[in-house]
Each structure stands twice: as C-alpha cells, then as structure tokens.
Ligand binder design. Structure first.
Ligand code: NAP
Length: 279
C-alpha cells in the first residue's frame, strides 16, 4: 500500500487527520520537525521533512505554514516521485486582497498552496476553511481562566467558526475517496456568531456569567504591535473583523454534505476543550 504524506501533522488540522487516516486503515506518513515528541498513533510512519517523506507516497496533504519556503519545491518533487493527488489546506479568504489576510503576515501562503496544487497537473482538492474554533481558545482562554470578562475588539464582528477536527474529517475524505477531486471547498461551522455571542456560548457551556467587553480598535491595534506583531498583521486583522460588522458571516453546508452529519458546533468545541478554559 502506498503512503499518504501529511505535512503539518502535529497541528490543529494535521493531528486529527493523521488519527482519522490511521483509523481508516491507510498507510500514513506524518511530517514533523520533532519526531521524538510527536506521539502519533501506532503504525504511523514519521518523516523529518516533506521531501524526505515523498518517496512511495500516493497523496500529500499540503499545509503551507508547515512547508514554508519548501512549498513549491515539494509540489514539484511530489510530481516527480509519482504522487497522484494533492490536498491543499487553503482558506475561505484566499482570493481576498492580501492586505486583508492577516495570516500572510505570519508566512502562510493559502492562495499559493491552492494554486500550486491546481497547476501541478495532479488530482487536487483545495479546502477553504473559515476561522478555526481553536483560535478562540488561544485568544481568550487566559482571560477566561482569570475572570469573567473577555476583552477584545468589535463585539459585533461575526464569524462562523469551524471545529478543527471537522476540517480534518473533510481532508480525510479528500484523501481517501475520489468524491472531492478538482474542487475548492468552502468550509464553515454551522452558525454565525458575534464575538459577544461566542462568549455567551462559552459561558453557557462552562456555567459562568462571562461577558465580552469591547475595546477601542486603535488600542487593540497598538497592543498587537506592542507584543511583536507586524503593523500589517494588525491592520489586516482589524480590517477583516471590521468588514463583518454589518452582516452575519457566511455559513456553508459543504462540510455536512461531505461528512453526512452536521458539523460540530462551537459549543461542542468548548465542551471538548473545557480543560483549557478552567483552572
Ligand atoms: N487558524 C485559522 O483560523 C485558519 C483559518 C483558515 C486557514 N488557516 C490556515 O491553516 C494553516 C495552518 O493550519 P494548522 O493550524 O493546522 O497549522 P499549525 O497547527 O499552526 O501548524 C502545523 C504544524 O506545522 C509545523 N509548523 C508550525 N509553524 C511552522 C513553521 N513556522 N515552520 C515550520 N513548521 C511549522 C508544526 O509542526 P512541528 O513542530 O511538528 O514540525 C505545527 O504543529 C495556515 O495556512 C492557515 O493560514 C487557518
């Protein structure tokens, strides 16, 4: 059996994907810079780089953050090595003005990863998720552990967060079946929420009176820069949120159609990660 190579394999999408592929009986080769600490399921092969892992692979899951400057060369090498399918982890906003894509300023290449996959001449699938539910743990967990107020910009900014492992489940379908070949797939969670509503959901799951306190946009922007983010990142992030103030975020139904079940809700993600939000 040929291997499926997963880049970004210890990450938000990659780790559940490795587990799903292994559980489905696939031969999985996972890429990590730190194999000793990776703790993948039994039987999963480990590669220290994508290039090292390509030989004998039939399909590759491409995470541009993990691939960095290797992205283009790995796609070229995949073709030479006889890989037949590329599944790209892109983003719902990949076609937007780059100045409104904050992740570009931390090196992510969500536009290019999709385009390289399409231009490769191989079978391709591009997953275009919206904001991951895990983002909110990173942003808000320290405040929620410390008290009942979550401070941030734009209480009315709207998102429809998707639970990370649902992206992984769609990726597994893209790698294991022929159903999604040559498609760009926009993936969202089942419901749009404002920031204030997301905090209400968290409070409801935790049984606590949490509330969102809106901070002035300029203060948040200056704080980003103060803690080391580039000004372009701060501007892109604030611009992205500001653009959602007047209409609810897009909700798509692709995940439900592909998975044959409703996507997990934001509340499900909170319940599953309660430990991150409590002392
Ligand atoms: N978060 C969102 O809301 C969102 C929404 C849409 C699209 N996306 C896109 O999804 C991708 C990120 O996916 P993810 O969250 O699953 O990735 P992740 O968890 O941040 O990273 C995946 C793995 O890549 C490796 N890695 C991380 N940073 C690296 C770096 N600078 N250089 C080399 N390796 C690095 C790490 O593995 P090792 O340490 O084991 O090597 C990490 O576990 C990005 O392209 C992002 O723009 C994110």
């Amino acid at each position: 059996m040929k291997a499926i190579l997963v880049t970004g394999a210890t990450g938000n999408v990659g780790r559940p994907l490795v587990a799903l592929l292994a559980a489905a009986g696939a031969r999985v080769r996972a890429v990590t810079r730190n194999p000793a600490a990776a703790q993948f399921p039994g039987g999963v092969e480990v590669a220290g780089s994508a290039t090292d892992g390509l030989r004998g692979a039939s399909a590759v899951f491409l995470n541009s953050r993990a691939l960095g400057d290797e992205l283009a060369s790995v796609v070229d090498a995949a073709r030479r090595e006889g890989v037949t399918r590329l599944v790209a982890l892109s983003a719902i906003n990949a076609d937007d003005d780059f100045a409104r894509q904050p992740s570009r300023f931390r090196g992510d290449r969500n536009k290019e990863v999709e385009q390289y996959a399409i231009d490769s001449g191989l079978e391709w699938v591009s997953l275009r998720p919206t904001v991951f539910a895990s983002n909110f743990f990173g942003m808000w967990a320290p405040q929620i552990r410390a008290g009942d107020v979550v401070s941030g910009p734009y209480a009315c900014a709207s998102t429809a967060p998707i639970v990370d492992s649902d992206i992984s489940a769609v990726a597994a379908a893209a790698l294991l079946t022929d159903d999604l070949v040559d498609q760009r797939i926009p993936l969202t969670g089942p419901q749009a929420f404002t920031n204030a509503q997301l905090v209400d959901v968290i409070g409801g799951v935790l049984g606590r009176p949490l509330r969102y306190r809106e901070l002035p946009a300029d203060l948040v922007r200056r704080r980003f820069i103060h803690i080391g983010f580039p000004a372009e990142f701060a501007d892109a992030y604030m611009g992205l949120l500001e653009a959602t103030l007047t209409k609810p975020a897009l909700v798509t139904h692709d995940a439900e159609k592909i998975l044959g079940r409703p996507p997990q809700s934001f509340g499900d993600a909170i319940a599953a990660n309660r430990g991150l939000l409590t002392n």
